[in-house]
Design a binder for this molecule. Structure first.
Ligand SMILES: Nc1ncnc2c1ncn2[C@@H]1O[C@H](COP(=O)(O)OP(=O)(O)O)[C@@H](O)[C@H]1O
Ligand SMILES: [Mg+2]
Length: 224
């Protein structure tokens, strides 16, 4: 097995309004092809941790490794490249550009990466649409598809650069149980068939129970 993501002794403090130790000695690894969930009460530090793991927040102590490369302390340009190439995100809200088509939304991160021609990127985007069974939505405006479909578009967008890991902050938090189940099934297949790694923060115990491993947090610590 190969390790995709590793957190070593991560500590974080917020300085305002008063000094607050929000993450306390966080250590864990995610292997290739592993589907891991993070659970814990509201305010225990889950989103703060995901912000660090996704390289968006660089104000912490400790080390973060992606594909065995130390990424703590890298320049913001390099971090932005690493993030776009290796990490796919799915949030509670989809953040699609309403006036762009589904296809254009999915192509955007690949255009930003700039490693392929537009023709290749469009083909890749169609492949992801097929994988998520939403090919028929390609030319619709993002504002014209349903909530459940939007979340599938957001997953396709997260996959466009063939990331090493998908991270999600309550990606099913805004969906009804049917659409939440669809998203779970998509994640499960991405893990089982494409050996993608997934790290998903969730409040949904049924969702978490069906992942390979649950990281339980309490007051800024991993308790199991
Ligand atoms: N920018 C910030 N400045 C100060 N405190 C913050 C900031 N962001 C979050 N917090 C606090 O840190 C704790 C963890 O927040 P968060 O990571 O959002 O929790 P969770 O996602 O588990 O609900 C909470 O007590 C929250 O109020
Ligand atoms: Mg949160």
């Amino acid at each position: 097995m190969s390790t995709v993501l590793e957190a070593k002794s991560i500590n974080k403090y917020f300085e305002k309004p008063t000094r607050f130790h929000v993450l306390k000695d966080i250590n864990f690894k995610i292997e290739k092809g592993e589907f891991v969930s993070i659970m814990g009460k509201s305010g225990c530090g889950k989103s703060t941790l995901l912000y660090i793991l996704s390289t968006m927040d660089t104000e912490y102590e400790g080390a973060l490794l992606l594909n065995n490369e130390i990424i703590s302390g890298q320049s913001s340009n390099h971090l932005s490249y690493i993030r776009n190439k290796h990490i796919g995100f799915v949030f509670q809200f989809h953040y699609l550009l309403a006036d762009f088509t589904v296809l254009e939304n999915i192509m955007l991160p690949a255009k930003k990466l700039g490693e392929k021609s537009l023709v290749e990127i469009e083909q890749d985007a169609y492949d992801k649409l097929k994988l998520l069974k939403i090919e028929h939505l390609a030319l619709k405006k993002a504002s014209q598809v349903s909530g459940g479909e939007k979340q599938r578009v957001a997953i396709a967008r997260a996959l466009i650069n063939n990331p090493s890991i998908i991270m999600g902050d309550e990606p099913t938090g805004n969906l009804d149980s049917h659409n939440a189940d669809n998203v779970f099934t998509i994640f499960r297949e991405l893990c089982d068939k494409q050996h993608l790694s997934l790290l998903i923060v969730t409040h949904d115990e049924d969702f978490a129970k069906r992942t390979d491993r649950i990281i339980q947090m309490e007051d800024g610590r991993i308790i199991s």
